[in-house]
Design a protein around this ligand. Structure first.
Ligand code: M6R
Length: 611
């Protein structure tokens, strides 16, 4: 999704803006641009479609320098991904705006502004903002006052950064539905849509809240809230090492993040396990009281996070005896929902800024749920702030667009939730909980063992490099793991992949199976194993090639057209977490063989902050 960086300083800020854009590249984008106020007091702009590297090389030639500037990476929504539509957008030659989000009433505003004599140079919704602001500037004379008035006419979502050649002492920001953070320096200040963009220049941040407008000068920051009242926002020191945004020894962020899983799963467990019980207060001080009342769980999420929710449904019903429904947020938010009494509303999200998930939470608040709980990787996100309870996963920044460590840490969080609900409601035997707590402690080691199979999986990936279609099969809680494996493969290798519960094969998809359709299966040693083996025979009988990730005790053997990878043994309840790893590695190595852009796959964004 789009990214914003801005700066007001005593030094040249071009390199800071470009470095900020590079750090936001992981979010996905298709064009980039920068505008700075030069020494002669003129706004200079450069825009390029494609990568930030192209903008950077154009900037080297143009030698754009200045002490006040804004920059943007655009992920096209209104208008094609081309230079003309890239931000910053100008009104005249003295006012520039960059924008994240979508202005829903852009057509009406465009018509009004055209009638007032403004002409449009792009197809974007953003351009209405800059002309509207110019119009207000004519009316009020002061940029801050003009912005406060202009935003009242915008419907939709926006994170805005604004600069003007006429008032070169300030950088303005406005937030509604699209996050913005101010980076605080010494005699210089910065703005970005994600603090990651600014960690090169500061570790002190101030997060804008919904409806805030900020006037950022070199040595001061003034903020007004949604009612136009001056407010102070707390400044916070960020501690995560800046190296988190580096690939280190790895070729791609995705591979680094896959290999970080033992460590981040360990971190997600830290402080949340007692000797033989989950510590319920890990979900917040009111958790024990609320959990005792829970009779149903409704989970809502998108993409990979939705798959985590699908796994949790098996756990919550089987281990904690709680009825659970799971739904993708984009459907839930527009559906007329019948809410069962005492239902806990659970959202799952890596970013905590996914537009559909946030909208679903906001709707749910009107529907009479018992309480809301966010399982999220970003503590300062809108989702966490707006939920009653939260459990933060400790995956650290995830840069690869394809979610990996966020998924496994979400699963850990959801297993903790299952055990906590079972414990508080008395539906889970103490011995079972103690057993699972001990297994959770061993999980990081098991994950390390699974990752040691990296080279084996790399070899298997060769079977896929020339293929166009793949099936993923699983039964029980491994079915959502198969779904996640299929999503990973299509996201980064662009191979069409579908997941099925293995028992469904004969009801249709078996017709697709032939020698060109590899079938990937996850086969832990559980009560469904024999049934799964029969399903696999159905594939082999049609000439389909099988790749099976199986428990050693499952006694499955390599044979013609069958490649078995023996997995470390694990408690069946935790198998979905372990069996995810080889599927992530498989997608990664297939994508590398096919030469795709692994960390920033085409058409995708890391954080989907628009509908
Ligand atoms: O930040 P979220 O977890 O809310 O994001 C949800 C999805 O957009 C995300 O999981 C997406 O499906 C990933 N690209 C999957 O790898």
């Amino acid at each position: 999704m789009c990214g914003i960086v801005g700066a007001v300083a005593e030094r040249n800020i071009s390199a800071i803006l470009l470095e900020g854009l590079k750090r936001l590249e992981y979010r996905g984008y298709d064009s980039a641009g920068i505008a700075v106020l030069d020494a002669a007091g003129q706004l200079q702009r450069l825009r390029r479609s494609g990568k930030v590297a192209e903008l950077e090389s154009a900037q080297r030639t143009a030698e754009l320098t200045g002490r006040l500037g804004i920059a943007h990476t655009r992920w096209a929504t209104h208008g094609a991904p081309c230079e003309r539509n890239a931000h910053p957008h100008f009104s005249g030659d003295d006012l520039a705006v960059v924008h994240n989000g979508i202005i829903e009433n852009h057509e009406a505003l465009r018509a009004q502004l055209k009638a007032l004599g403004y002409s449009f140079a792009s197809d974007t919704d953003t351009e209405v903002i800059v002309h509207l602001l110019k119009h207000k500037l004519g009316e009020f004379g002061d940029l801050t006052v003009a912005l406060k008035s202009a935003v009242k006419e915008l419907h939709g979502a926006y994170g805005l950064a604004v600069i003007s050649a006429k008032q070169p002492d300030r950088l303005l920001a406005a937030r509604s539905g699209s996050p913005l953070v101010i980076g605080l320096g010494l005699g210089e200040n910065f703005l970005a849509s994600d603090q990651l963009a600014l960690r090169q220049v500061t570790d002190r941040f101030m997060y804008l809240e919904e409806g805030d407008i900020a006037e950022i000068r070199r040595d001061s920051v003034q903020i007004w809230d949604v009612d136009g009242q001056p407010v102070q926002r707390e400044s916070v020191q960020y501690h995560e090492g800046a190296e988190a945004a580096d690939k280190g020894e790895y070729r791609h962020f995705m591979l680094k993040e896959i290999h970080e899983q033992p460590k981040v799963v360990q971190r997600t467990l830290e402080g949340r396990l007692g000797d033989s019980q989950v510590l319920v207060q890990a979900f917040g001080p009111q958790a024990a009281e609320l959990f005792a009342k829970v009779r149903n769980v409704q989970i809502v999420a998108c993409g990979t996070s939705y798959h985590a929710g699908m796994v949790a449904r098996y756990w919550l019903e089987e281990l904690a005896g709680i009825p659970c429904q799971v739904e993708v947020a984009s459907e839930f938010r527009y559906r007329k929902v019948v809410v069962q009494p005492d239902t806990l509303f659970v959202t799952i999200s890596q970013s905590g800024e996914t537009a559909d998930t946030l909208a679903a939470l906001r709707n749910a608040k009107q529907l009479g749920y018992l309480a809301s709980l966010a399982i999220c990787n970003v503590g300062i996100s809108s989702l966490v702030r707006e939920s009653d309870l939260c459990l933060l996963t400790q995956a650290g920044p995830e840069i690869g667009v394809a979610s990996t460590k966020a998924f496994t840490t979400q699963l850990v969080g959801l297993m903790l939730l299952t055990l906590a609900l079972g414990q508080v409601r008395g539906t889970l035997a103490a011995a079972t909980e103690a057993d699972l707590v001990a297994e959770l402690r061993r999980l990081p080691t098991r994950l390390g063992e699974a990752l040691a199979m990296d080279a084996t999986v790399e070899k298997i990936a060769e079977h896929f490099a020339e293929k166009h279609h793949t099936l993923f099969l699983g039964r029980g809680a491994q079915y959502p793991v198969a779904m996640e494996g299929a999503l990973k493969l299509k996201e980064i290798s662009y191979i069409h992949a579908e997941a099925y519960p293995a028992g469904e094969l004969k009801h249709g998809p078996l017709a697709l199976v032939d020698a060109d359709m590899p079938v990937v299966t996850v086969a832990p040693n559980n009560e469904l194993l024999e049934k799964l083996k029969s399903n696999l025979q159905e594939v082999r009988a049609r000439g389909g090639e099988l790749i099976v990730f199986a428990d050693g005790a499952a006694e499955m053997e390599n044979g013609e057209g069958t490649y078995v990878v023996n997995m470390p043994h694990i408690h069946d309840a935790l198998a979905p977490i372990l069996y995810t790893l080889p599927l992530q590695l498989l997608s990664y190595y297939v994508a590398v063989l096919r030469g795709t852009d692994v960390d920033q796959p085409r058409n995708l964004a890391k954080s989907v902050t628009v509908e």
